[in-house]
Structure formats: structure tokens, C-alpha cells
Design a protein around this ligand. Sequence first.
Ligand code: RI2
Length: 321
Amino acid sequence: MSTPPEPHPNVRETAHRIAEMDVRGAAAIADAAAAALGVQAAESDADSSEAFQAALHAAARELHDTRPTAVSLPNALRYVLSGLDGGDGDVEALRRTVERRVARFQAGLDAAQDRLGGIGAGRFTDGDVVMTHCHSTDAIACIEHAVDSGVELEAVVKETRPRNQGHITAGQLRELGVPVTLIVDNAAHRLMNDVDHLLVGADSIAADGSVINKIGTAGLAVSARDRGVPIIVAAQSIKLDPRTLTGAAVTIEERNPEEVIDAGTRAEIGEIGVANPAFDVTPPRHVDAIVTEHGQFPPESVVVLMRELFGNGISEPWESV
Ligand code: RI2
């Protein structure tokens, strides 16, 4: 087997930033991965269409192998690479095709988020209190649209251990003028009586309507159900996982134990194991609505949208590298 071509340094750098979570959030990861493929295409010195495609596939593989759960990543790669199907055309034509598809994909992300924000905003009325988990740009878009149309909201923001992405949410909601109460994750059930909505994002959505999102979402949804608080998932359609149409399970990322406890403190405690799953699975029965740019869906019917958008066959050209 021949050695796969070396990806462009920008691809390496982007992959590193995604793996280290300097770039994080399902939409941002997709955006960055598409941009890196654009750089790979723009600066490729391949002298044949086969070499050009091989280099793009290798770049896609490097990006793909960074984080396993957010399906927006393979969906972005698939979108950009599908422009190369067939392999006809010279290098310049292929280069232009990739650049066009990257631009179209990135514009689509922004438009989808804007559209779903408008749809999700319709769930809120004046004086509502919204509980959030982690940091989701799709979820914030719903709050932003509501606030922009004059609806007054308050937020209870969970800090979201171990990486405290709730702090990002708190800052962005303050910028929107939303009063924020920050809580530790353990206080969520206690505060559930005081909120009107639970609003979260998603990293992947399976064909049965299960929602894969930041660790803690599944338990939080059980708590919200118990208190009769509606559970809304804001997720543009690149979060739909077409691989699950044929029965594949979503892989849950396990991250470095040092995100949970530093090595020194761990050593002081003595011999312990540490688990750090980054995501969990909320079953469809614990979700009220999935808000996408195509409208709002009960989780069980999201499969209809999935089939419409992806059909039954999906390609994974980076697997050939
Ligand atoms: P947007 C995040 O994962 C959170 O789980 C969040 O709900 C999800 O991505 C979606 O984010 P991580 O990358 O695409 O922080 O809505 O592990 O911004």
C-alpha cells in the first residue's frame, strides 16, 4: 500500500485545534473542517486529479479522526468531498469545485442557524426562564431571536463540568442583555421548579430521535420530565447522523481524565479510576421538540427529515486512505 499524502499544515493545525477543543461546538467544528479542506484544495501542488483527490481524502481523514461524536464533522467533509465524485476534470476545475462547495457549506451553516433561531424563538413568551446546558450556538440563536423580537427572558445557566462551557453561555447571554443565574450542575434539579424550558443543543441526532449531547443532558432531561418542563433541542440538520439510518451506533468520546482531576490531586487521593465521557444519549421519550432550520419535529419523526436530506446511501471517501 502506498503512503497517504501529507495533509497541508493548515489541516494539521485545524485537526489539532479541534482535538484540543480550541475549536469546539458542533457547528464551529464543521465550519473549521470545511475551511481546512478549502485551504488544502487552494494550496495543493498536485499535478493530476487523482493526486489532488488523494490529498483531499487524506486531509479529510486527519480532520475526521479528531473527535468521534459530533456528526457535523463527517457531514461537513462529506458535503465538500461529494463535489469531487467521478473524478473527471482537471486539477484547476476540481480546485474551484472544492472552493465553491466550502463557501456554500459555510453560508448554509449561518443561514440554517439563523432560520432555526427564528423557529425556536416561537417557543418562548415574555417572562419565561430558560435553563441551558453547556454552550450551543444553535440554542443561543433561539434565545437571540426571541430577545431581538422584544421577548424578555431570563436564564439559569449550568456551568457544565468538566470544562465549564456554561461560562461561555453566560457571557453570550449577558451580551444579549439576558439576566443570568449561574449554577453548579448539581443544583439543576433543585432549580428545575423555577424554569419554564430546558434548552440544549446536540452533537448528533440518531434516526430514532435519540439526542447525543454534552454529558449530563440525559439526566437533566429526566429531571425536566419529572417537573413537567419541556425539553427543547436546537440542532440544525447537519447534526442528523445518516449513519444511524442503517443501524450504526454513535460513538461516545472519552476524554482525558485530567479534565476531571489534575494528576497531583489524583495521586494524593490514591489508586482510583477516572471516567470522562464527553457526551450521553437522551432517549426520544425525554425530548419534546427538535428545532431545525426545516421546522420543529417531535423526535420520533426526525427520521423523515433524515431520509429526505441524506437518502439511504452515504459515502465516506476518507475511509479509503
Ligand atoms: P453548537 C458542544 O460539544 C455541546 O455539546 C453543544 O450542545 C454542541 O457542541 C452543539 O454546539 P463540545 O464541542 O453546534 O463542547 O450548537 O464538546 O454550537
